[in-house]
Ligand binder design. Sequence first.
Ligand code: PEP
Ligand code: MG
Length: 568
Amino acid sequence: MSEQRFSGVAASAGIAMGAMRVYRPEAAAGHSAVIAGSPEQERARFEAALQQVERELNNLAEKADAQGKEILQAHLMMLQDPELRAMVEGSVAGGTSADAAVTGATEQFAALLSSLPDEYLRERAADVRDVGRRLLAALSGRTVGLKLTRPVVVVAKDLAPTDTLGLDRSLLLGLVTEQGGPTSHTSILARSWGVPAVVGVAGVLSAAKDDQTIVVDGASGEVVIDPSSVTRDQFRLRMEEAAAQAERDRAEVGLHAETPDGHRVELAANAGRPDEVALAMERGAEAIGLLRSEFLFLGRDAAPDEEEQYQAYAAALRAAGGRRVIIRTLDIGGDKEAPYLGLPKEENPFLGVRALRLCFRRPELFQAQLRALLRAGVHGKLAVMFPMVGGLDDLRQAKAALDQARQSLTAEGIAHEPNPEVGIMIEIPSAALLAGHLAKEVDFFSIGTNDLVQYTLAVDRGNRDLAGMYQPYHPAVLSLINQVIQEAHSAGKWVGVCGEMGGLPAGAMLLLGLGIDELSMSPSLLAQIRRLVRGTNYVEAQAVAQEALTRGTPEEVLALVQPLLKKG
Ligand code: PEP
Ligand code: MG
């Protein structure tokens, strides 16, 4: 039989080759209709099922790692959710079977989550369905999950998070699913276990049979069933190269990003949620250069209160184990919407009431966040960063708000960190041009190239038609960045980059040459950038950067930097 090729979303890097185990839970579950007993009987069945599932989740949690424990904790909370219980009990009281009531309630919750704009929250619908499925299995006396007896690649339509958690990791070579996205829990778990995974592979299940050979490349998203001997050889070669690279990456995790001629750059990671902090540290991040606080505000019906924010920021600081965590205050607006804030529709949202501009208009929202940040500051090394600062007025108003938060906490006798480092993002050209003034009143700058590029070049960062014009290597952008670095250093302040440019090889080399102190990027990019820095002489990078500043087009800049990239 000839090989069959598929492609999907690369969810967890690495290559796996081996026998396949196809998981079809629907077949095992069956679909027998349940006749409802009396409401009392149905309620008692529901109670018993709740208790059984609670036991199952606690058993899984005993064997799980930190990431798994966190997921199971969330499942336990869903299981104990009073609204879910009320919905089920309401249906049961009306004569519905516990089974149908559970199906109805969990589907309603899952559908609500699926309709949210935030991808991460949409993916949580799978968790609610997982809880519902376990409850249904408990109601009918079935058990759920897949028991592995030999090393296999598991192929499934979708894998519920607790299915994945229940798998014997020592026998799991790889994962392939038809559904799911890169932020589904199965993908998150696969990444944290280092198990290659490709998700969203259309049509793979109908071609898959137990014991067939399958190869999976979790970096490219390729999946091949019944590979030819030529394909096998190609993948074996890739496996050897990837294993050697992973080995080198692991060995280098503790190394500094220091050039051979002794110039050091701090390598930090960007995080979108507190649970990404620990992962970043494992990959060798020396700090968190940007924690976007929007994760707490998006995809929900109301703003998080001070306490919820405090818990989340404290978790991030604890996970960093004493390393600096730069938490950015709210940057809603632009392409990030929170309907509950009731913001009027704007013609040009990226030029509208965004970030600090919103916070200044909603002091109660801003104060709750600033108080939560300062309170959390006692759990680690906090730095507070303000986004979208346009000039001194913005900075002073933001610092005054921070002062107010500090004073209110002091007056109420609430424990807090009174003096965190305070910095700003440089992402509006006016701030770059005024860097000399701003530098005197902050502890650090972090250049947000994602926005700096769009505002300098007047190119919407999200407009696909203009993607070719969105150029981080544009000499106008480089000139602004150069000015910011010079002014920060003249004032004795450090300056980093937390926009995507810092994780691009050419971007990192130019920034290194311009004298950047810190580069913050997605954790998966740290190893490559660390290697590049370690392979490049600072004087050489400086010469290239200075030369680049004299060029007139992005193409000329890129041509100059290209020779440096061979070292990575
Ligand atoms: C930036 O603008 O470069 C940045 C890091 O912020 P965001 O992408 O969240 O706007
Ligand atoms: Mg920005």
